[in-house]
Design a binder for this molecule. Structure first.
Ligand code: KIV
Ligand code: ZN
Length: 512
């Protein structure tokens, strides 16, 4: 008999804690809508007390999403819980998620509290949250390094206070699968009222064991898995949704557990999160990496041709990777575009489609075959970035072996056009210098990388930059058949993200 495991997605909260991955409200809303389509049970939409931006995003997501629960994170203070509740109160299924650390090291050095104080604070917070909503989750931060009996005592007390989910996080990614299995079993066996709540787990990937630990915990009896798309998250990230779900799906007779996820949306969701956050997926990443279904060795190719299951344990179509990609071109109409975008998971409004169609025609003039990856770029750049402060209107560069490279650029700054020119060491340097001077920004370029989105010499170049300014870090991403233009777009995207961070400062200390 297969047991149901609830999928709690924290891409928009813990995932957003990946360095440089901050997203604006429109971007978060778009991801939330995709997560709803994917069928996750709960979307952790943010930490409303952390910043006004987080509050706004959680509120908007709560108003919009009807087929998934919406959780908001809060420390154990009344003000955090009030802020969380205010943000999610319009949600169809709101959940307050409150947390406090329970390990000796965190209690002593971070909280400066003893065990009794921590238990009291946890109970008080849960009781208060329960007075606002019936769905309350409590997390024992650094649970995997906490004293086992104390952990059980905390869980027993918060369940008694009304918590309906208790979460055991491996906050610092320290656990080993067999050890984590034992811990989950111990908690189940030594928390007398555990049957009144769902036991959840939340694993970080510092030792590369987040998925393994999550699966071990599920095998031991955990009923909710906290995960992120592409495994993004604080430091080395969190357990990845696609790995956990596809493991359950591929090995039903071993794990005897299943999640209610529409797996065919996994790949489009992975691409969307990567496009929006600017965090690229490593090619050899399990399930969603570019190489995950490629077979290089001749003997493998031969086997796959005879029977795909010789070397493929999953079908690419199961995760929404369409083997027979439809290629669009300049004669393709609006209807074909809408239908392909729909297949890719993008349900656009008429106005949005109009915008993307114009961009599509422009691209089709430069590039004969437009493939899925090109369409994703058009949607991300055409729709999701419409609220940007800075926007590229025009770029012209002169460069060559015997000339001093120079760029002239026209930008829109909050709707006002400005233009200028500058020399540089190369065309990209001159474009960046001009943009920095026009925007009056002073960021440091920490990383720059360029790759091709698809094969072929007419492929779009994809540039990713990492920018730093006064302790703030932002990633930027841009794509274009011309890599200088792609670089300028990536740089401007990074500057827009920095601008967003400057305007939405975090008001709380960083949390794990
Ligand atoms: O890693 C962690 O402990 C967390 C908690 C807030 C659940 O993210
Ligand atoms: Zn975490």
């Amino acid at each position: 008999m297969s047991k149901r495991v609830y999928i709690f997605d924290t891409t928009l909260r813990d995932g957003e804690q990946s360095p440089g991955a901050s997203m604006n409200t429109a971007e978060k809303l778009r991801i939330a809508m995709q997560l709803e389509k994917l069928g996750v049970d709960m979307i952790e939409a943010g930490f409303p007390a952390a910043s006004d931006g987080d509050f706004e995003a959680v509120s908007k997501i709560s108003e919009r999403i009807k087929n998934a629960g919406i959780a908001a994170l809060a420390r154990t203070s009344k003000s955090d819980i009030d802020r969380a509740w205010e943000a999610i109160r319009t949600a169809a299924r709101p959940r307050i998620h409150t947390f406090i650390a329970t390990s000796d090291i965190h209690m002593k050095y971070k909280l400066n509290m003893d065990r009794k104080e921590v238990i009291n604070k946890a109970v008080e917070a849960v009781k208060y949250a329960v007075s606002l909503t019936g769905d309350v989750e409590f997390s024992a931060e650094d649970g995997s390094r906490s004293d086992r009996d104390f952990l059980c005592k905390v869980f027993e007390a918060v369940i008694e206070a009304g918590a309906t989910t208790v979460n055991l996080p491996d906050t610092v990614g320290y656990a080993i699968p067999s050890e984590f299995y034992d811990l989950v079993k111990y908690v189940i066996d030594h928390t007398p009222n555990i049957g009144k709540a769902v036991l959840s787990i939340h694993c970080h990937n510092d030792l590369g064991l987040a998925t393994a630990n999550t699966l071990s915990a599920i095998a031991a009896g955990a009923g909710q898995a906290e995960v992120t798309i592409n495994g993004i998250g604080e430091r080395a990230g969190n357990a990845s949704l696609e790995e956990v779900v596809m493991s359950l799906n591929t090995r039903p007779n071993y794990l005897f557990a299943s999640a209610n996820i529409k797996t065919e949306y996994i790949y489009p969701t992975s691409r969307l999160v990567s496009m929006i956050t600017g965090i690229t997926v490593q090619p050899n990443k399990a399930i969603v990496g570019a190489n995950a279904f490629l077979h290089e060795a001749g003997i493998h190719q031969d086997g796959v041709l005879k029977n795909p299951m010789t070397y493929e344990i999953m079908k690419p179509e199961t995760i929404g990777l369409n083997a027979s990609k439809l290629i669009l071109g300049k004669h393709s109409g609006r209807h074909a575009l809408r239908s392909r975008l729909k297949d890719l998971g993008y349900d656009l409004s008429d106005d949005e489609l109009k915008l993307v169609f114009t961009k599509f025609k422009e691209l089709a003039d430069k590039k004969k075959n437009i493939v899925d990856e090109d369409l994703e770029v058009l949607v991300t750049e055409g729709i999701l970035r419409t609220a940007d402060t800075f926007r590229l209107e025009y770029l012209h560069v002169i460069s060559g072996t015997t000339i001093l490279p120079m760029a002239s650029v026209k930008l829109s700054l909050n709707g006002r056009s400005v233009q200028g020119a500058a020399y540089g060491n190369g065309p990209i340097d001159s474009a960046f210098k001009t943009i920095a001077s026009l925007t009056g920004t002073n960021s440091e370029l920490l990383r720059f990388s360029v790759s091709a989105i698809t094969g072929g010499t007419d492929a779009q170049g994809e540039v990713t930059v990492r920018l730093g300014e006064n302790g703030l870090i932002a990633l930027g991403r841009g794509a274009d058949p011309d890599i200088i233009t792609a670089s300028a777009k990536a740089y401007i995207n990074g500057l827009n993200r920095l601008e967003y961070l400057k305007n939405h400062p975090q008001t709380t200390p960083d949390i794990l």
